[in-house]
Ligand binder design. Structure first.
Ligand code: G3I
Length: 384
C-alpha cells in the first residue's frame, strides 16, 4: 500500500471542512459500505434496564464489545468457578440485535486474579501448569460462545511503551511464547472466530515498531492471527492523523486486518504536575484538572467535532483494511475516562452526551461519511 502523507492531509482538510451533508442517517448506515461501527457495553446496558439507551445502541451500532464481563476476573474469579450469567446476557442481547460480537479479553496482565499464577500453596506455577490453566480458561470461555462471539481480543496490552514485551506473570512463567499458545488455544476452541492482538499507544513509533516485530514473530510461527486492535484512546491533540495513518499502514502491510477497538477522546487536561501538598493549591489544581464539571463549552465541542472528523477521514482513507471502529462506551456518562487517571472528573470523550443526545462530534462524523460518499474510488481529492 502506498498512500502519501499529502493524501492524508488532503483527506483530513476535506473532512473537517465538509459541507453540510445530510446527517440524517445513523452511524451504522453512514458507514455500512466501509466498516462496522460499534461500542463497548457495560452490564446495565445489555441487561436492558435503561430502555432509552436500547434505541440508541441498536439504531447506531452493528457491533458490540463486552467492556468488562468477559475479562478473567469477573468470568473466572476462582479455580473451577465460572460466572457466565453476565456474559450470557451480553451474547444473547447481541444475537437479538444481530450484532457482530467481540469478546474482550482472554489473556491480559490486568483484571486477572493472582490465584491464576499460583499453586495451592501460593507459590508461582511452573510453565506447564500455567499453560494448562490458560488452555482450560480459553477453551471453556471461547468454546461456550463458539459460533456466537465472532471475534476475540486474545491477548491485550502485551507491550511496554518502548515496544518491548511487558514483564507480566504470563511472560515470566511461560516465556515469550505465551502469546502463540493463547492464539492457538483460541483457534482450537473456535476455528471460525477472528483473533486479534489488541493494544493502546500503537500510534507512538517505538511501540508500533515493537508491535510490528511481535506480530511478524507470530506470523512466522504460523499463529492463527486475523488482525490488530488499535485501541485508539486519544486526546484533542494526540495522535495526529498522520500517525494514525502510519499505524494502520504498518499493520496492513503485514497482511493483517485492522480495527479501532476502544475509541475515545479525552478533552480534559492531563495530570502534568505533581499534586501539591497544600490544600488550597490542590483545590486549584483539581479545578484545573476538572475544568468542565457543569458542561462542555461550545469551543471545546467544536474542537472535539473537528478531532473526530479528522480521525474518521483517516479510517475512511483506509476503509479497505479497517474492518471495525468501536467506541469505548456509548455516552459520556459511561466512560472510564470520568475516573481515569483521576477519579470523579467530568469528561466528554464520546459522540453522545450524558442524556444520550448526539453532540456536534456526532454530526461531524456523519458529515465526514457523507462527504466521502460522494468521492469516487481513487478520485483525486480536491482540497477546499
Ligand atoms: O464489577 C465490580 C463491582 O462489583 C464492584 O462493586 C466495583 C467496585 O470496585 O468494581 C466493579 O468492577 C470494576 C469494573 O470496571 C466494572 O465496572 C473494576 O473495579 C474497574 O477496575 C473496571 O474498570 C475497567 C478497566 O478496564 C479495568 O478492567 C473499565 O470499566 C474499562 O473501561 C477498562 O477498559 C480497558 C480495556 O479493558 C483495555 N484497554 C484499556 C481500557 C481502559 O482502561
Amino acid at each position: 500500500m502506498n498512500r502519501t502523507s499529502a493524501c492524508t492531509a488532503a483527506l483530513v482538510l476535506l473532512a473537517v471542512s465538509a459541507a453540510s451533508a445530510d446527517p440524517g442517517s445513523t452511524l451504522r448506515e453512514a458507514f455500512q459500505d466501509h466498516f462496522l461501527i460499534g461500542a463497548a457495553l457495560n452490564a446495565s446496558q445489555f441487561a436492558e434496564t435503561a430502555p432509552a439507551r436500547q434505541d440508541l445502541i441498536t439504531s447506531q451500532f452493528n457491533t458490540l464489545t463486552a467492556e468488562n464481563v468477559m475479562k478473567w476476573q469477573p468470568i473466572h474469579p476462582r479455580p473451577g468457578q465460572y460466572h457466565f450469567a453476565a456474559a450470557d446476557r451480553f451474547v444473547a442481547y447481541g444475537e437479538r440485535h444481530d450484532m457482530f460480537l467481540v469478546g474482550h479479553t482472554l489473556v491480559w496482565h490486568s483484571q486477572t486474579p493472582s490465584w491464576v499464577f499460583q499453586d495451592d500453596s501460593g507459590n508461582p506455577l511452573d510453565r506447564a501448569a500455567l499453560l494448562e490453566r490458560m488452555r482450560e480458561h480459553i477453551h471453556t470461555v471461547v468454546g461456550r460462545y463458539r459460533g456466537r462471539v465472532h471475534g476475540w481480543d486474545v491477548v491485550n496490552e502485551a507491550l511496554n511503551e518502548d515496544g518491548s514485551l511487558r514483564d507480566s506473570p504470563w511472560r515470566r512463567i511461560i516465556g515469550d511464547d505465551y502469546l502463540e499458545h493463547a492464539f492457538r488455544f483460541a483457534h482450537e476452541a473456535d476455528p471460525d472466530a477472528e483473533l486479534y492482538y489488541n493494544d493502546y499507544g500503537l500510534e507512538s513509533e517505538a511501540k508500533r515498531r515493537g508491535a510490528r516485530a511481535l506480530l511478524q514473530r507470530l506470523q512466522a510461527a504460523e499463529v492463527p492471527l486475523t488482525g490488530v486492535g488499535i485501541q485508539g484512546h486519544g486526546s484533542l491533540d494526540w495522535p495526529s492523523p498522520q500517525a494514525v495513518a502510519d499505524t494502520i499502514e504498518t499493520f496492513a502491510d503485514l497482511g493483517l486486518r485492522v480495527m479501532i477497538t476502544e475509541l475515545d477522546i479525552c478533552v480534559l487536561p492531563s495530570r502534568s504536575r505533581r499534586v501539591s501538598a497544600d490544600i488550597a493549591q490542590r483545590q486549584q489544581a483539581g479545578d484545573r484538572l476538572n475544568p468542565y464539571p457543569d458542561g462542555l463549552p461550545d469551543a471545546v465541542q467544536r474542537r472535539l467535532a473537528r478531532r473526530y472528523a479528522e480521525l474518521f477521514a483517516v479510517y475512511l482513507q483506509y476503509r479497505d483494511v479497517v474492518d471495525r471502529v468501536t467506541f469505548w462506551g456509548v455516552t459520556d456518562g459511561d466512560s472510564w475516562l470520568n475516573n481515569f487517571p483521576i477519579r470523579g472528573r467530568t469528561n466528554y470523550p464520546l459522540l453522545f452526551d450524558r442524556a444520550g443526545q448526539p453532540k456536534p462530534a456526532y454530526q461531524a462524523v456523519l458529515e465526514t461519511a457523507a462527504r466521502f460518499a460522494n468521492v469516487e474510488e481513487d478520485t483525486p481529492l480536491s482540497v477546499p
